[in-house]
Ligand binder design. Sequence first.
Ligand SMILES: Cc1ncc(COP(=O)(O)O)c(C=O)c1O
Length: 395
Amino acid sequence: MDLGSEVTSELTVVPFTDLSAMTHEVWPEIAPDYLACLLDGAYIGGPAVTAFERGWAAYCGVDHAVGVASGTDALQLSLTALGIGAGDEVVVPANTFIATAAAVVRAGAIPRFADVSDDTLLMTPHTLAEAITPRTRAVMIVHLYGQLPDMAGLLAIARRAGIAVIEDAAQAHGAEWGGRRAGSFGETACFSFYPAKNLGACGDAGAVVTSRPELADRIRALANHGRSHGDSHYNHGCIGTNSRLDALQAIMLSGKLARLDTWTERRIALASRYRGLLSDTEFTGTELRLTDAVPLARHVYHLFVVRLTRRDSVRAELARRGIQTGVHYPVPCHMQPPLRQFADRPLPVTEQSAGELLSLPMFPHLSDRQVDFVCESLCEALQAATVSSEPVHAR
Ligand SMILES: Cc1ncc(COP(=O)(O)O)c(C=O)c1O
């Protein structure tokens, strides 16, 4: 039985995350606006959505943000707005959440999977270059776990190939590379505000950010049944969809945005505690590997991911002690049944690491003592796994 993240709360000593703690923290400040909106009945669009969009664009260092219904929609709308569809190829890393590749398929295009670095588990200029063909129109650079890859290298390859860059920044709110924020590198960048993200709504939500006004307008129209700015309610200039950010979610997100930097600093401090406790154990470098930090990157630790050769038995032991963990991701995208048809070659790092990845508890309200307990338990679980797997010799 997989006890991982399904451990019941009575048994849980260290949860994987705690979403209500963040909501509790912001609620006193947002309650008046939230209740006013709830009772006024203006739920779709309006000033609360515009205020959040402005705040989010400014935070990312871009000119425009368009609130949409989810990170998945943000990715698909970006592709469609860029005119990418049937017959076009889009490079995506194989080590990502399925939404990155699924958005490509839903836009009518073909995902081309790239392998990742063995050190950072992110796409590299080399793995991107390997995946580009004459039919490639774009790359989705995924800032997985909360850190940006080598952006200068990736942008240079994309520029040389003449392909568009879309950032999948669903896990990287406030992350930076070379002093620039996630969201400010691509033609568009896509954020998820799924509740467990570093900036999370109380339901599904997302945004596309861009500094190209015509792209922002197009995405806004596509996300609103094809209505362009100034059109009447029943004038539709193109076939769009319904993918809008709700006013109540926008109020929640604006409230949490005011706390995001403080929460991010806490995530960074917790990650540094994990690194301090795990970088020099008797298992480090063999049974246990830490994920490297990318030079010039400010990692915002959406997830704290380690690699373990005996991942499943260690994970089960942690669960037995009440420590919830996650696996991001157990099955690489190109090996998922609906995407296998697009897998054209082995991707050794992604395939090998999928069996080793373990995400340890990480959220702003995690305590230092809980981190210490996770690290002690991890070392004891590694010890137990090592002993139990030693060969038994006949006497
Ligand atoms: C890397 C990545 N891309 C895309 C998404 C999709 O975002 P959403 O769940 O808001 O649709 C997620 C969300 O889990 C993600 O982690």
